[in-house]
Each structure stands twice: as structure tokens, then as C-alpha cells.
Design a protein around this ligand. Structure first.
Ligand SMILES: Cc1ncc(COP(=O)(O)O)c(C=O)c1O
Length: 385
């Protein structure tokens, strides 16, 4: 067995024992009436968290499989898509759309900023042929949430389809698929849904189905063809509503974890993440460290901060792992060397989990004699919050 450590990266996360135990339950067949009911129950729980009545699928795959499927199923070669990107995962979304031959219009902002609805509105007005807008809800590279609700209103007014990457936000940030009019929403099991990695969740609106059926060319590919997933879900709901071997234990674990999520309540969860994220920010600031971006957009799910000048993110990541047994992550792309990312998702969004991380960072700073910070400065910062 691999010796684990306290995982405080932006997913995957350590999961509750109840969830882990489901992974150890006997392997059962991925078809048949009894299993189909378990799968259906899991889908229904997911719909409550997505807040949708749209058709929803759970498959074997990671979050990117869902983004890939959304793009490949909606976009024909030459179709225009607007991708407002506020970091690594937004840029990825654009790359995925481009790989299907779409004409990608990028709208990017400087690292540490978020996408403003007015900018999306301007782009949509200037390019009325845009068919789809693809947006990352919570940009896990910066720890900042794009104002999705407001952007969705702009997209709906323009009559475009909206695809949302909610891989790191679902279950930790407010998200209302039907209320906000999200056509395809993608998430994954391993982040705020508190289950092991391995499953992707995708919801699809009626308008998105119409767009797929109205294509002039057939959807290329096979596994990632959303119409194929729909066909099997519609034809065989009581036996095997998909055409693959389902990862049955992962589904059992996800069912259990989503029960825990719903037992806590979505509003309470969002408030808990927000409070812990804010406390972490205060702790960083009390040590003289600068969190990335405007506090108003801080997700509460991931905290990202700049390392002091003259140092690299790797130094802090390695120090925390070796001295404290805590794993955090370096930044991504242009923020790779200069920022550190700490995930506090699900069970990680607790004061008892973030305090050792702050203490470790404080200890690193002291050993580097970089700042004359008083012992316990970060804790005092939290207490003031
Ligand atoms: C916002 C966002 N999108 C997409 C992904 C990719 O998900 P996966 O690694 O499950 O494919 C991640 C993973 O960190 C993410 O945070």
C-alpha cells in the first residue's frame, strides 16, 4: 500500500471511511434490475446536487472526458465557440474545443482575474455566429470563481448554448443548472463530491440535444458521443442504461458520498467552504503572504498564494511534505513557480485541517528567516476573522 499523507491538493481528496468502505464491497455485475436501480438512485442524487431535471449521465472517466464529449457532440468543424478563460483549465477547454475542429474565440484575462459578464456580452454582440460558450466555473489554477450566474444570463440572452466545467465547483460553490440555464454541465467524482477519482458526471439540456440532432455531420468518435449515451439510457433504463462496463464500486462510493453531501445541505456546504477559505486567506495575510485575486471571487475551495520573491513554489511544497506530511500543489502554467495551491474541499474544508497547513507555511517562512513573523501569526489572523 502506498503510504499516504495529508492530501490538501485541489483534488483528489481524502474521502470519508463510509465512502472508502463502498470501494471494498463485493464487485457485482454492472447490469440487471437490482444494479440498474442503484445506478438510477445515484443519478437522482446527482441531479439534486446539479439542481437539474435534465438527463444526467455518470460514466467511467475523469472530468476532461465530459468536457471532450460536450465539445465533440455539440461542435461541428468550423462552428464558433467563445471560451472566456481565466486560467489553465479555461485554456484547456479551448484546446479541447479546437481539437474537434471548432473555430475557438478566446477571451482571456490576466492571471488572478475573473471573467466579467460585460466582456462576454461584448464578444457575443460582436460575433453573433457564436454557437456555444464554454466556461470554467471555478478556475482551480487561481482559486477564483467566475461569476457564472451573471455570465449565464448574458449567454442566454444571446441565444447561445452554455457548457460549464464544474469539475472543481460542484458541491462546494453555489450552482443551479436549471435556474441558470446551463446546457451541458460537467463534474467529476474526486473533488467536492468527496468520492475517489474515476467517474465523470454530465447533464444535458433539451436545447443541447436539439443542437446535436440538428447537426449536418454525424458526431465523430464513439465513447464520447453523447447521443449514444442517451440512446442506451433511454432504451435500457431497467437493465443497463449505458454501453460499457460500469465501475460499480466507484458508483457505490459516489452514491454514499453524495448522500453525505445532501445530508449536510448544499447551502450549509457552500457556507462552510467559504468560511474556511476566508480563514485560510486571513492566516496567509497575517504572515505577510498575498493570496491570488480579489477576495470577492475567492472560491473557498482552493486557496492560491504567491510565494515570497526569490523562492519557488516547489520549496514550500517539498517542505510541507517532508516536514509535516502534508501535500499541497504548485501553481499551473505561468503561475507554476510563483504560486502554491492548497485544496480545502469537502472534509478538507475544516479549521482542523487548514490549521496545520498554515502552521507549516509559517514554519517554512521562519526557517527561511524571510520575515520576522511572530510565532502563531497565522492563527492570530484566523482568530481575528
Ligand atoms: C476546473 C477543472 N476542470 C477540469 C479538470 C480536469 O479534471 P480531470 O483531471 O478529472 O480530467 C480539473 C482538475 O483539476 C479542474 O479543476
Amino acid at each position: 500500500m502506498i503510504k499516504g499523507c495529508d492530501l490538501m491538493i485541489p483534488g483528489p481528496i481524502p474521502v470519508e471511511n463510509d465512502v472508502l468502505l463502498e470501494m471494498a464491497s463485493p464487485v457485482v455485475a454492472h447490469y440487471g434490475g437490482e444494479w440498474a436501480r442503484v445506478y438510477e438512485e445515484t443519478v437522482e442524487l446527482a441531479k439534486k446536487i446539479f439542481r437539474t431535471k435534465n438527463q444526467l449521465f455518470i460514466w467511467v472517466g475523469s472530468g476532461h472526458a465530459g468536457i471532450d464529449a460536450a465539445m465533440g457532440s455539440l461542435l461541428e468543424p468550423g462552428d464558433e465557440i467563445l471560451v472566456p478563460a481565466s486560467g489553465h483549465f479555461g485554456i484547456r477547454l479551448g484546446e479541447i474545443a479546437g481539437s474537434w475542429g471548432a473555430n475557438v474565440r478566446s477571451l482571456s484575462v490576466a492571471p488572478g482575474e475573473v471573467i466579467q459578464p460585460e466582456a462576454v456580452e461584448r464578444e457575443l454582440a460582436a460575433h453573433p455566429g457564436i454557437k456555444v460558450v464554454g466556461l470554467v466555473h471555478h478556475e482551480t489554477a487561481t482559486g477564483l470563481a467566475n461569476p457564472l450566474k451573471e455570465i449565464a444570463q448574458v449567454v442566454k440572452r444571446a441565444g447561445a448554448l452554455l457548457v460549464v466545467d464544474a469539475v472543481s465547483s460542484l458541491g462546494g460553490l453555489e450552482l443551479d443548472v436549471d435556474g441558470w440555464g446551463i446546457d451541458i454541465c460537467v463534474s467529476a467524482s474526486q473533488k467536492c463530491l468527496e468520492a475517489p477519482p474515476g467517474l465523470v458526471l454530465v447533464s444535458v439540456s433539451d436545447a443541447a440535444w436539439e443542437a446535436m440532432k440538428g447537426r449536418t455531420s454525424a458526431i465523430p468518435g464513439w465513447y464520447l458521443n453523447l447521443l449514444r449515451w442517451k440512446e442506451f439510457a433511454d432504451r435500457f433504463p431497467d437493465h443497463q442504461p449505458y454501453f460499457i462496463t460500469m465501475a460499480v464500486n466507484n458508483v457505490l462510493a459516489l452514491r454514499r458520498s453524495m448522500q453525505l453531501v445532501l445530508n449536510e445541505g448544499l447551502e450549509a456546504r457552500v457556507a462552510r467552504h467559504r468560511a474556511v477559505g476566508l480563514a485560510f486567506r486571513r492566516g496567509l495575510q497575517a504572515m505577510g503572504l498575498a493570496p491570488v485575486g480579489d477576495e470577492h471571487y475567492a472560491s473557498g475551495i482552493v486557496s492560491v498564494f504567491y510565494v515570497p520573491e526569490g523562492h519557488s513554489s516547489r520549496e514550500i511544497v517539498e517542505f510541507l511534505k517532508e516536514e509535516f506530511g502534508i501535500q499541497v500543489a504548485s501553481g499551473l502554467r505561468e503561475l507554476a513557480e510563483t504560486t502554491v495551491r492548497v485544496g480545502h474541499m469537502g472534509p478538507g474544508a475544516r479549521m482542523t485541517r487548514i490549521m496545520p497547513v498554515l502552521f507549516g507555511i509559517e514554519e517554512w517562512l521562519r526557517r527561511k528567516s524571510h520575515r520576522a513573523i511572530a510565532a502563531g501569526a497565522s492563527m492570530a489572523g484566523i482568530a481575528r476573522e
